[in-house]
Write a protein that binds this ligand. Structure first.
Ligand code: PLP
Length: 395
């Protein structure tokens, strides 16, 4: 047998973390790395945060799981907290981002089909990432995710990101919804323009279709507000959130207005684990820390500091870097060539963890509670990495 016990779908590297402390990860062999990847925008309080750890420990000893057959005081309490702090009137809890997007797609279709309309088509945007289930890969135009899994689910139309005219032209009699990341993550940390998101809102209103935001990566304080839509001055009808939501605990949610959720009635959707007491305890602990203006202001000022430091720094290496973009602590550094070898070089030779993204960009996604010390260490490692880097022939 040559197949590995872990199904070999990831090109795993030699760094093998076994412990975490704040913004640091410690490997099996004892080496330490500064974690500015945060599990891909998940560990927003860093590793081993005392409040999150205690909440999970206490809940583990109290009640981990029942089922959605019973009343859920824990689910009701956290759903209420989401309702109080966002546009939403109602929430469905999932175990991942892809499931949250799935629920959003189902909610949008059911909005129409529960009232006798046959609208089903979802307009999505090129280079989007919405997850790895059949519906969510079908929602992305990225062929690398489709290969080997055909046929796709029908009913998705792809339009250029940030192209409002293209989005308008794609609307037809079967259009049910737009589905968009306000800040594309995997696609290269590309924030949509205000005009684009506001224009989609206006088109959705005009044509009676749903606006679904995928805030799985940019949500939960990452962009400098609790959710990025706040900075666009609009509200969605439906929104998917996950990644940071449980601070590392696997949990997601689909949020909706009362009107948008009109099709999601008893028996239409479900999840065995979704919203169990264990997950809700993690979410509550995260919300205790992040859902207040003081924390959000701190994310914005840390983000500005990190961004201006990066902008200054990249000027020293015009052959390597050509810009910084993003919002809050969701930053992308654009490179003049393929980023993966540079990200690997920083990881293997300088103990710095970042995440590659599309469009020759690498993602800087630190825990949201970092301070000046971590920023300084990050810049030292990045400078040393840039100084010692040889652009490989193939890149
Ligand atoms: C990560 C991500 C997803 C998928 O989340 P999973 O938890 O991996 O299923 C969906 N949408 C966006 C924007 C993401 O970044």
């Amino acid at each position: 047998m040559t197949i590995t016990p872990l199904m070999p779908v990831y090109p795993r590297c030699g760094f093998r973390p076994v412990r975490g402390e704040g913004a640091w990860l410690i490997s099996e062999d004892g080496s330490r790395a500064l974690d500015f990847a945060a599990g891909i925008a998940v560990n927003l309080l860093g590793h081993g945060h005392p409040h999150l750890t205690k909440a999970i420990q206490d809940q583990a000893a109290t009640l981990i799981h029942v089922s959605n057959l019973y009343g859920s005081p824990q689910g009701e309490a956290f759903a209420q907290r989401l309702v109080d702090t966002t546009f939403a009137d109602t929430v469905f809890f999932t175990n991942s981002g892809a499931e949250a997007v799935e629920c959003a797609i189902k909610t949008a279709r059911a909005y129409h089909q529960s009232q006798g309309s046959d609208r089903f088509e979802i307009i999505t945007f090129k280079n989007a990432f919405h997850g790895r289930t059949m519906a969510t890969i079908s929602a992305s135009n990225q062929e690398k995710m489709h290969k080997g899994f055909m046929p796709l689910l029908e009913g998705f139309k792809y339009v250029d990101f940030d192209d409002l005219e293209g989005a308008k032209a794609a609307i037809g009699p079967k259009t049910a919804a737009f589905l968009v990341e306000p800040i594309q993550g995997e696609g290269g940390v590309r924030p949509a323009s205000d005009a684009f998101i506001q224009g989609l809102r206006a088109l959705a209103d005009e044509h009676g279709i749903m606006l679904i935001l995928d805030e799985v990566q940019c949500g939960v304080a990452r962009s400098g507000t609790l959710y990025a839509y706040e900075q666009y001055g609009i509200i969605p009808d439906i929104m998917a959130t996950a990644k940071g939501l449980g601070g590392g605990f696997p949990v997601g949610a689909c949020l909706a207005t009362e009107a948008a959720a009109r099709g999601m009635v008893v028996g239409t959707h479900g999840s065995t684990y979704g919203g169990n007491p264990f997950a809700m305890a993690a979410c509550q602990a995260v919300w205790d820390v992040v859902a207040n203006e003081e924390f959000l202001a701190q994310v914005r000022s840390t983000g500005e500091k990190l961004r201006s430091t990066l902008e200054q720094f990249i000027g020293n290496y015009p052959n390597l870097f050509n810009g910084v973009r993003g919002k809050g602590l969701m930053l992308g550094v654009m490179m003049t060539h393929e980023t993966r070898p540079f990200v690997a070089h920083l990881r293997d030779n300088h103990g710095l963890l970042l995440v590659a993204a599309g469009d020759n960009t690498f993602r800087v996604l630190p825990p949201l509670n970092i301070g000046d010390d971590e920023i300084q260490t990050f810049m030292e490692k990045l400078s040393a990495g840039a100084a010692s880097y040889q652009i490989p022939e193939a890149a």
